[in-house]
Ligand binder design. Sequence first.
Ligand code: ADP
Ligand code: TRP
Length: 339
Amino acid sequence: MTKTPTILTGIRANSELTLGNFLGALIPMVRLANQHSETAHINIFVPDLHSIISEVDGELQQNIIKPLKNYLAAGLSLNEHVHFYRQSHVPAHSELCWILNCVASMGDLNRMTQFKDKSEGKESVNVGIFDYPVLMAADILLYDAEYVPVGEDQFQHLELTRRIAEKFNKQYADIFTLPAEPKQQVAFMQVGEAIRIRDLQNPEKKMSKSSQSANSKIMLSDTPEQAKKKIMSATTDSVGKISFDMFNQPGISNLLQIDALVNNAPLQEIVSTWAGETHYGDLKQKVAEDVAVFLCDFQRKLATISDQEVLEQLKIGEEYANKIANAKLLEAQKAFHLR
Ligand code: ADP
Ligand code: TRP
């Protein structure tokens, strides 16, 4: 009998998401999960042990629940193949991480750009930041996950996971499934060219939650009025025609792109409705309205999802995750003669 494949993704327990994160990461992931949940296990977990590499407070509990609610509000359908769990509620993650620490090499970890970025210029850096990718490898390898949809910034960690698994399989016991290479992951995601929503004030850059200017980004929690205002004040250009040309007209192209995505319409269709038009104000007005409706709809759905509902899913998911993870951990322990 062939094994049911696993698609696994870790969603960070952090604050608010931008419309860019939502359209570029969350929606494609939900689409993927809904497409495959009859034939694959879909593991969606919150890496809360990864969260504590930086300072956290009592908000963490709410921040763990929130991203899972976002998935449900974005249309994720639940069935017996979709599993929600918290990393800290599946102890095998930490235990396998220790074993993999004894396989991974300092040289490899020293090369991780996320570690370099997070430690640069700091007088003191905690070991968790350094060891982050090894815990991530454990998150993936415990479930034999082949597909791990993550952002580009995580590709290096994915490559490292493959290296660790390869070394383990060769030197100790052939027990781990290697996750697919980043290139194959991208193909699997079927997003083609990765969608990059631009910063509203500076459309040369991508929209990012870490941007200092509130007007440059639309947050999922923005009121429709706030969102409208931001779109109306978006930077455009002086070309004077409405066409899709990211190079010469990034601001206008970004608005067209956003409009297509919030309406779930092909970009070409939106672009052709504006052919020959020259009034940027009209385009902004239309996009502002559409984004407002989109946000209202999302926020209405979000409000109907209770903490209790998510906690119930976590309870079921964690029972499943512990079962699978403990079985794999035992194999790793045996390989090291610990059992
Ligand atoms: P941010 O810059 O907002 O902090 P992250 O780097 O944490 O975003 O990325 C989280 C996820 O959202 C990734 O999968 C990334 O590819 C996606 N993402 C981030 N910004 C955008 C954007 N402007 N457009 C589309 N997708 C984005
Ligand atoms: N490092 C990922 C991020 O920053 C989150 C993460 C942790 C993860 N463990 C994972 C993602 C395992 C996929 C698989 O977004």
